[in-house]
Structures are given as C-alpha cells and as structure tokens.
Write a protein that binds this ligand. Structure first.
Ligand code: NAG
Ligand code: NAG
Ligand code: NAG
Length: 369
C-alpha cells in the first residue's frame, strides 16, 4: 500500500516536465504498474500525443524497447516512436490510442463486441495477425491479454507491451505473464510439483516450455472472453477445480460451463486448449478456423444466457489422483473407450493419468481431439 503510494509520488514528480530536448511534455499519468509508469506525452512542436513509458526495471524489461522497435510498423502492432535516455532514466515513446484497450471495451461493452460474431471475428483475426507477425520474427509476447491489446478507430487492434517478450523459443521462466492466460506447461515448479507429488519418478518437472505455444494458449482465453465475457478458469493448474474438470474430460466442457458458445467454437477451443503443446493448433490453422467459423455464439441460448447461469456448476475434482500409482502400468485407453464417458462429467482415470504424465513432460499422442 505505502509502496504503491511512493511509486505514485515518484511518478508525479516528473509530471509537467519535458523530455527529449524539451520537445515532449509529460502531461498526465495514464497508468502505473510493476513495469513502470506510462505518461501521456504531448509533443509541443507537432501537437501530437504519445504514450511515454518510463522503464524502471531495466533488468527485466531490458529487451522491451529493442523488441518493440523491431516489430513496429505492422498495422496490428502499436507503433514504437523512439527511445529517450535522460540522465539515468530511459523512456519509450510509443503511439497513443485514445480509444483505450480491449479489456475496457469488453468490460464496459463499449463497442458491443462480446457475443457479436462479426466483431469477434474482426478483432480476433487481427490479434492472430499481430501474434503471427511476432512469431515469424522469432519473438513470443508472453503476456497476451485484453489489457495489452489497444484499439484504434474501427476496432483496429494494436498489440502492446513487450515487457515480457522473448527471443527464446523455449523458456524456463515459468509463471511468466498473467495467471488467467498462461498455459499449464508455463505454470512452473509449484504447480507441477503438487501434481506429481503422489506419482512416480516418471513425472519430472518440465525443463522449459515453448513460448510460442504458450502464446497460442493465451489467445484461447482471449477468444472466450470476447465471446462469453468470462474466463474459463482462474489458472490452468489442477489446483483449480474448473481446470481440473477440463483436463480430465475436455469434451463438452466449454459448452457446459459457457452454454452461450457454439459447437463450432467449442471444436476450435479444444484444438487451442490442447494440453500437449506439440499438438496445439498452429496460428495459420487457427486463422482459417476463425475465418470459417459462422457463429461463435449459440443463437438460441443467447436470449436465455442469463437464465442459464445456474448451469455454471463447478464439478469438484475427486481424489482419484491418489489412486494413480495403481493405474500406472495401464496403457492409454483406446479412443472408443474414452467416447463412452463423453457425455458425463465423471473423470476417466486414463485422462487424469495422461494429464499427470503430460505435466511430467510425457506426451500422449492419443490425447487431443
Ligand atoms: C540486474 O542485473 C545485474 C547484472 O546482471 C544483477 O547483478 C542485478 O542483481 C540485477 N538487478 C535486479 C533488480 O534484478
Ligand atoms: C473477461 O471479461 C470480463 C468482463 O466481461 C472480465 O470481468 C474478466 O476479468 C475477463 N477475464 C479475462 C480472463 O479476460
Ligand atoms: C477456478 O477458476 C474458476 C473460474 O475462474 C473460479 O471461479 C474458481 O474460484 C477457481 N478455483 C480456485 C480454487 O482457484
């Protein structure tokens, strides 16, 4: 609390001062976070506004200005203007978007995006294009979320905040990003330790995760937020009963907890939220599916959406995990066997086992639908 106050005071100290040879005045504070402070800057020569980010943790965000500058120029990436060094401070001057970010657009329903097929498609395709551009340049964003997606006129998407972006295709920096959005394999030591505590030595913690596949997972959470105005789970660990329910029996999960989404979208979500990152959908494939998707929302249920909220039942995970050692020698069950449990919310031991093996770095070709 007092720490936050101090930060605000520090941030206020620079208000109304000038940077960049007295050309840009810091006129107000747009935001303060762990990453630093973002000011609204006015270039008094051109009379144009910019977002000016003061980088306070140069160690953590060392790459940020270079990565952002490198990606700048794509229509769906927030424009990077320049880096300004003043004494011992470093500022990034970037494009200012008065229309705000996608988070505000979703929560305040400013542009009627949530549940609106055309708007969802329009926005999400641009997000895919931005992320694909990053990945083509061997950069993973690692903090994809509506708060980092700025909006221009006509709902033009501009991806922002490269503070956690990386050039590493495999990373061992676990828990990087925001809990709602990062993938199960990105959870790191604490989550996988708790999962594998009761099982054999086969379940070693992961050495690293694919940063690009992790980005694709985050896109799935954004897609659900755009369609249903909700998040599927708080965190993709077995500690969260909602996620555990999904991991044990993915089929029909999304339409059970979110009755407003269409079957088409559910099929896409199953390909995105594939627990095995190697089998997770690719961006070009995802783009085609999104283009072809006629309806993200279930037309009939839209009107009854509020009524159906009572269906949002969270099935508590059973203690089957503790039985696991007994099942360890079992081969993965054939697909036909899995289909038998598809219409129930009961858990299949084989799926649980697969999930645990997976978290231990094990991959199961039979897993993804
Ligand atoms: C910043 O990096 C230097 C050198 O790599 C390191 O010694 C220092 O502890 C780091 N500081 C923080 C706050 O991470
Ligand atoms: C999704 O949207 C709602 C607003 O409709 C918001 O409250 C929630 O935090 C969002 N969650 C995620 C994970 O984006
Ligand atoms: C799991 O996620 C759901 C949905 O976000 C949330 O309501 C619930 O509180 C979470 N449970 C735990 C134990 O974190």
């Amino acid at each position: 609390m007092s720490h936050k106050k101090a930060t605000l005071l520090d941030a206020e100290r620079l208000l109304h001062t000038f940077i960049d040879h007295d050309s840009i005045q810091l006129t107000s504070i747009l935001g303060i976070g762990a990453y630093g402070v973002v000011y609204l800057g006015l270039n008094i020569l051109s009379n144009r506004y910019y977002a000016v980010k003061l980088l306070t943790h140069m160690n953590i965000s060392y790459n940020e200005p270079y990565i952002h500058a490198y990606l700048s120029g794509h229509p769906n990436i927030l424009r990077f203007e320049k880096i300004v060094h003043e004494e011992y401070r470093t500022f990034m001057v970037i494009e200012y978007t008065p229309d705000g970010d996608l988070f505000a657009a979703i929560t305040q329903n400013k542009y009627n995006i949530v549940g609106n097929n055309d708007a969802i498609r329009h926005v999400f395709l641009q997000i895919i294009d931005a992320v694909q551009f990053c990945h083509q340049n061997n950069i993973a964003h690692r903090d994809l979320k509506p708060e980092n997606i700025m909006l221009g006129p006509q709902l033009q998407v501009k991806l922002a905040d490269f503070g956690l972006a990386t050039l590493n295709s495999v990373s061992n920096e676990f828990g990087c990003g925001s809990t709602f959005y990062f993938s199960p394999e990105c959870q790191g030591a604490s989550a996988s330790a708790s999962l594998s505590s009761s099982s054999s030595t086969q379940n070693q913690p992961l050495n690293g995760y694919s940063t690009q596949k992790n980005d694709i997972w985050s896109l799935g959470v954004i897609l659900i937020n755009l369609t249903a105005g909700r998040n599927p789970w708080k965190q993709a660990t077995m500690k969260n009963s909602t996620f555990a329910t999904y991991a044990r029996n993915p089929r029909h999960f999304f339409r059970t907890i979110l009755p407003c989404i269409s079957e088409e979208l559910e099929r896409i979500l199953l390909r995105i939220f594939c627990l095995n990152p190697a089998r997770r959908i690719s961006l070009p494939e995802l783009r085609v599916y999104i283009q072809k998707c006629q309806s993200f929302v279930q037309p009939q249920t839209m009107a009854q959406h509020s009524k159906k909220k009572s269906l949002l039942v969270v099935v508590q995970p059973t203690n089957k995990r503790h039985n696991l050692p007994h099942h360890h020698h079992h081969l993965p069950q054939p697909k036909t066997k899995k289909r038998a449990v598809v219409n129930t919310m009961s858990y299949s031991d084989s799926v649980t086992e697969t999930m645990l093996h997976y978290v231990g770095g094990y991959t199961d070709e039979d897993y993804c639908y």
